[in-house]
Structures are given as structure tokens and as C-alpha cells.
Design a protein around this ligand. Sequence first.
Ligand SMILES: [Zn+2]
Length: 104
Amino acid sequence: MDVTSGVARRIDHLGRIVVPVELRRLFGIEPGDELEISVRDGAIALVKVETRCVFCNSDQGLVAFRGKRVCGGCAGELSGDRWSPGEGAPVGTPGAAMTDDVAG
Ligand SMILES: [Zn+2]
């Protein structure tokens, strides 16, 4: 992937910036999508948060799995046995509480 040369964007009085449309297209970022904001190597990184199961595209009962979102059904198949959403996310997945905001 090419590294896009810097695009200057001014932060507004609420601390917001507009992500350039070229980058939104490149990363498949749509209105309503979530971006995870973190600091990497002294720079601010924006990473698209997947809001649908990467396997079946379901938006029900998602859990984080190695940086991707996976529905309960697919997570059960991944782990090789039944897994119920009530038991929480599989061990070792960052952002295990990310299911809160996907219902609506
Ligand atoms: Zn799934």
C-alpha cells in the first residue's frame, strides 16, 4: 500500500477533523463507522473498527477476536465448541466490552 503524503486538516473547536475522502475510500470507512484512536510511534493512529462479523457479516452478538469482530456463532466454530455470549469474550481478546454499542 502506498503511503499517502501528508494532508493538512485543521482541527475544529470541538477537536474534530475530517478524514480525507481518499483515505475513507481506501479503508472502506463509511458514515457511522467507528475508528479506534491510539498512539503508535509518537503518531496518532486511526484504525477502523469492524462492526460486522468478518465471516458471515452478521451484526449480532459480536466479540473482538484478534483485532476483528466475530459473531457468537462463528466464534463458537472458531473455538471448536459452543460459546455463549453470556460468558463474555474469549480470553486474551482486547476490547472485550465492545459489544455494547453494536445493537442499534
Ligand atoms: Zn459470523
